[in-house]
Design a binder for this molecule. Structure first.
Ligand SMILES: Nc1ncnc2c1ncn2[C@@H]1O[C@H](COP(=O)(O)OP(=O)(O)O)[C@@H](O)[C@H]1O
Ligand SMILES: [Mg+2]
Length: 265
């Protein structure tokens, strides 16, 4: 079973950025095989990672649904064709693979497509050591999966009391959707120099959230993003990246170690 790391939070909090940094961290430290999953319909994890995407699971579903005659190249059955297209949709990048879920479903029945793809992606997921999921804000897609267990979920928040409240609602959402989440940690991102106030810390305590750490607001990230340079190309000295890597050193690494020991025992 893969160890799954997920990112949740409102739009613009930094989920995609941190998901991308996580993929780069796992690859650099050679911790195992990695599948990055972009589960946000406004997908842009690929641009943070600097890879091109040709097709998404959404495209495959649409294509198969629209093929009413059910005639597929090479005499493939509908299911065979979907599996073939799924293989094509997986982007093989340096040290990891990327799968993009794509747009949400339109009208009509996607039952067959969903069933085939779910089975295929479940099988696929189990062949990696790590899965990093950049989630959509609502998390609904997670409840549609069958074995979508998230071992470590990071709720990413902006640096405000209201941001922390929104992160707290993620906790409620997880319960409401009955998602299988092992552990939930809060990350406060884009913290301005004097931004992390007592009030915010009070809110964290009041809501009983486990704070993994904070990541500073960083001009360079902003700059890279605006110039369209993949964020994973940012230097290790960058202050936001080093703060985040410290969070991964403290939170993720020990869990990987424990897991490795348990698997060997
Ligand atoms: N620590 C940071 N400092 C400065 N800008 C950041 C930081 N983290 C993220 N950003 C920027 O904020 C914007 C939203 O980040 P993104 O990761 O796309 O959020 P989300 O995936 O939650 O919508 C992007 O332009 C990103 O470059
Ligand atoms: Mg995003």
């Amino acid at each position: 079973m893969a160890y799954t790391i997920g990112f949740a939070g409102k739009g613009g909090t930094g989920k995609t950025t941190l998901a991308g940094f996580t993929v780069a961290y796992l690859v650099e430290k050679k911790l195992g095989t990695v599948l990055a999953v972009d589960a946000d319909p406004n997908s842009n994890l690929n641009s943070v990672l600097g890879v091109e995407v040709e097709s998404t699971l959404g495209d495959i579903k649409e294509e198969v649904k629209n093929n009413q005659e059910g005639i597929f190249p090479g005499g493939m059955t509908r299911a065979e064709y979907m599996n073939f297209r799924l293989q094509q949709a997986i982007v093989e990048a340096k040290g990891y693979d990327l799968l993009v879920m794509g747009r949400p479903e339109g009208k009509g029945c996607y039952c067959f497509a969903n069933g085939v793809l779910r089975e295929a992606t479940d099988r696929l997921s189990n062949s990696y050591d790590f899965i990093v999921i950049d989630n959509e804000a609502g998390l609904e897609h997670l409840s549609r999966g069958t074995t979508r267990k998230v071992d470590l979920m990071f709720a990413v928040s902006e640096c405000s009391k209201r941001g922390v409240e929104a992160a707290y609602r993620i906790k409620g959402l997880i319960e409401e959707l009955k998602l299988d989440v092992g552990e939930l940690f809060l990350i406060i991102n884009r913290v301005p120099e004097k931004g992390f106030t007592e009030e915010i810390l009070d809110a964290v305590k009041r809501y009983n959230l486990s704070l993994a750490g904070t990541v500073p607001l960083d001009e360079e990230i902003f700059d890279f993003d605006n110039r369209g340079i993949p964020l994973v190309k940012i230097s290790r000295e960058n202050k936001a990246l080093s703060a985040y890597r410290e969070i991964l050193d403290n939170i993720l690494l020990p869990r990987i170690e424990t897991r490795k020991k348990a698997l060997m025992a």
